[in-house]
Design a binder for this molecule. Structure first.
Ligand code: ATP
Length: 354
């Protein structure tokens, strides 16, 4: 398996700049998510890694070797698409063995490899079945089998579960992650689904408009978003931004909003002007003791929790609290924020002051 390193990677389609100078590293054996909204450039980035698209500039290293201009066939990676295409006239075993036979591997060795892969995927008993009559899940397993049978340096997957219904998707994503944990294969996985990215990924790179906004472990980017885009793309409901104007010194320990002081994590950088106080809904608490008050605008019942929308002097915010806590629309509530989880943003630059 191999490390994949992307350096200042750029892709233009005519005058349109789809990927802007991306730099990140996928470590050997990592399950790495490329996450972002539709059109942000994640598929183009993956296709450049695969060799299906040539970069306009920049470098791609797979296992230490620069492969940016090499054809896909010389990169030793497996690409798994959303729509798993199987050879309909071949049975399961033949579909899986096809890449090995076309490489000229001796029959006995092919049989052994296919047997091993079928064992890993739990499809040994269907090796002789035609692929036509298989369930969706088994078809996915066969397609995966065809990808892993070659022992490539890395797997590149473009929304492989995108076409599945929610329940089956969750089941397959658990299976994929378990398969990865058993094989330890470097995997790059494209998705626009932030929950899927956080559940499955060892690391996530978040892209927007062709730009890498941030990359890191799921909890790191959820807790410490470096841009307002990342803060709002991850989490549901997303992070609240309470707007205020002021001047902050580096190392300042509190900020004042509407006459109330709030503790914040120490800032390395100061800023002045339009700022935003970022707090996740699960870190907003109701407290009669707080002088910072707002009016409840709406309640949304979700079973174990509820989402409460509150109008504050600095804009509306959402709070996620226990469904057992009684709250009524129109009520005035005091608000407290967990100081360890606050992020302050410079709204003009859209960047966190960390
Ligand atoms: P999606 O999830 O919708 O596939 P994405 O983040 O994967 O989105 P890309 O497919 O990488 O985005 O596309 C990034 C941008 O580049 C889009 O605006 C797209 O229209 C454009 N683009 C992609 N391929 C081409 C092409 N061959 N020619 C021109 N523009 C392209």
């Amino acid at each position: 398996m191999a490390q994949i390193m992307i350096k200042n990677l750029r892709k233009d389609f005519g005058s349109f700049n789809a990927v802007k100078s991306s730099t990140f590293t996928v470590e050997d054996g990592e399950f790495f998510m490329l996450l972002g909204p539709s059109g942000c450039g994640k598929t183009t980035t993956l296709r450049m890694m695969a060799g299906l698209e040539l970069p306009t500039s920049g470098e791609i290293y797979i296992g230490g070797e620069e492969v940016g201009m090499k054809p896909a066939s010389q990169r030793d990676i497996a690409f798994v698409f959303q729509m798993f295409a199987l050879y309909p006239h071949m049975n399961v075993g033949k579909n899986i063995s096809y890449p090995l036979i076309s490489q000229g591997m001796p029959r006995a060795q092919v049989k052994k490899k296919v047997g091993e892969v079928a064992e890993i995927l739990g499809i040994t008993d269907i090796l002789n079945r035609p692929v036509g009559g298989l369930s969706g899940g088994d078809r996915q397993r066969v397609a995966l089998g065809r990808a892993i049978v070659r022992d490539p340096k890395a797997f590149l997957m473009d929304e492989p579960l995108g076409a599945l219904d929610a329940e089956f998707r969750e089941h397959m994503s658990e299976e994929l992650r378990a398969l990865h944990d058993r094989m330890g294969a470097t995997t790059v996985y494209v998705t626009h689904d932030q929950l899927e990215a956080m559940q499955m990924g060892d690391k996530i790179v978040v892209m927007n408009h062709g730009v890498v906004e941030q990359f890191g472990r799921p909890q790191q980017i959820y807790d410490w978003p470096s841009t307002m885009f990342v803060a709002s793309f991850l989490g549901s409901p997303s992070m609240n931004f309470l707007n205020f104007e002021g001047s902050l010194a580096s190392n300042q320990a509190t900020i004042e909003m509407h006459g109330v002081d709030f503790a914040i994590p120490a800032l390395l950088e100061g800023a002045a002007g339009k700022l935003a106080f970022g707090v996740r809904p699960e870190h907003v608490r109701f407290s009669d003791a707080s002088a910072y008050r707002g009016e409840v605008l709406a309640t949304e019942y979700l079973g174990t929790t509820q989402i409460i929308t509150v109008a504050t002097p600095n804009g509306d915010l959402k709070s996620r609290i226990s469904a057992a806590q009684p709250v009524t629309v129109g009520e005035r509530v005091g608000l407290e924020f967990d100081p360890r989880t606050i992020t302050i943003f410079d709204t003009a630059r859209g960047r966190a002051l960390l």
